[in-house]
Design a protein around this ligand. Structure first.
Ligand code: FA5
Length: 342
């Protein structure tokens, strides 16, 4: 082939190459071991002297030119590649940001806050108590006899006793705050005490070892069970926004006289009976009653001077009824499929 034609062909091929791989291919076709120009250079030996000099000089010049052109093209391709990379990596400040997953309040916290809001709107103040309590405030001051089964290892998480004297425990209810508060305050008053309590018992759909209660205590000169009923009805009306069936039945707690338990018609089965309410159609929501004279005495009051009502409602049960949750253990399982629904 004519050297000028070979040159035109090679230069055009170099110009056409779109990337490093194609350029390498061109290099191979013309300058490789079996390349067109390489073969021409090899064939010089067979030529007669005059022709060899003429063609040899032109072929060598073409080899240098091709080397140089290839190198330049290589640099150009590398630059273009860098530019393309930069274009692809460009930060577009107008693209909307990625939303970070944000948590939310636990359903039991919502319930506690809603219950607080309603009682505070009725003039109750919120008071806090201790989760670690003494035997005195949890039991003795609340008129529990020494052999009451609630004091049993089976029902109570007792703490190790390091020093002689009082035994401590994880409070089994929020009622100890009744006496603690009365020791420091003179009636009339109305308080609520929301908080965590602990029971050493087997769990099931309605029972947990860790649960939340909300204690209520209203003391004055003429506070009666009728006031309790009024407060309770107002609370349920506000909390459920719809009429719910409630029943009060007589019950025994050593720190009230008379005592009663408040049941609510099970919302899971609408009272028909299901595993949540043990087929009974009713769920026990709270214990309550008129404050026992011995509790007033333990707090340093003269019993005849005051009267009042107290109640302790289970906030988990309230949440179960509000959200129609059939098993209390779902609140503590940490399962996002459940928690994300609130
Ligand atoms: C008490 O704890 C009394 N302190 C309540 C009280 C206060 C009575 C003031 C009188 C005056 P009881 O053990 O019944 O009572 O618990 C009260 C409520 O807590 C129950 O009605 C129930 O709603 C809830 N509760 C009790 N045990 C559990 C449990 N293991 N899991 C979930 N909720 C529970």
């Amino acid at each position: 082939m004519d050297i000028t034609a070979l040159r035109d062909q090679a230069i055009e091929a170099i110009e056409r190459a779109k990337n490093a791989k194609e350029l390498e291919e061109v290099n191979k076709i013309y300058l490789g071991r079996k390349g067109k120009l390489t073969q021409l250079l090899r064939s010089l030996n067979a030529m007669e002297a005059g022709e060899r000099r003429k063609i040899g000089a032109a072929a060598n010049a073409l080899r240098d030119e091709l080397h140089e052109t290839l190198e330049k093209k290589q640099e150009l391709l590398a630059r273009l590649e860098l530019q393309e990379e930069a274009r692809q990596n460009r930060i577009d400040v107008t693209v909307p940001g990625k939303r970070l997953p944000v948590g939310h309040l636990h359903p039991l916290t919502h319930i506690q806050r809603e219950a607080r809001r309603i009682f505070e709107s009725m003039g109750f103040s919120t008071v806090q108590g201790n989760e670690i309590e003494s035997q005195h405030y949890n039991f003795d001051a609340l008129n529990f006899p020494p052999d009451h089964p609630a004091r049993d290892m089976q029902d109570t998480f007792w703490l190790k006793q390091h020093r002689k004297g009082e035994r401590n425990l994880l409070r089994t209810h929020t009622s100890p705050v009744q006496v603690r508060y009365m020791e420091q305050h003179v009636p009339p008053f109305r308080i609520i005490v929301p908080g965590r309590v602990f029971r050493n018992e087997a769990t099931d759909a309605r029972h947990e070892t860790n649960l939340y209660q909300l204690e209520g205590l209203m003391v004055g000169k003429y506070v009666s069970a009728a006031h309790f009923k009024g407060v309770l009805e107002e609370f349920y009306r506000e909390f459920f926004h719809t009429p719910v069936s409630i029943r009060l039945r007589p019950s025994f707690f050593p720190f009230v006289e008379p005592g009663f338990e408040v049941d609510m018609s099970c919302v899971v089965c609408k009272g028909g009976g299901c595993s949540t309410c043990s087929q009974g159609g009713w769920i026990e929501m709270m214990g309550a009653g008129m404050v026992h004279p011995n509790v007033f005495k333990a707090a340093g009051y003269v019993p005849g001077d005051w009267q009042g009502f107290a109640f302790g409602m289970g906030l988990d049960r309230l949440a179960m009824m509000k959200y129609k949750v059939h098993d209390i253990r779902l609140f503590y399982g940490g399962d996002f499929r459940f928690l994300r629904q609130f």
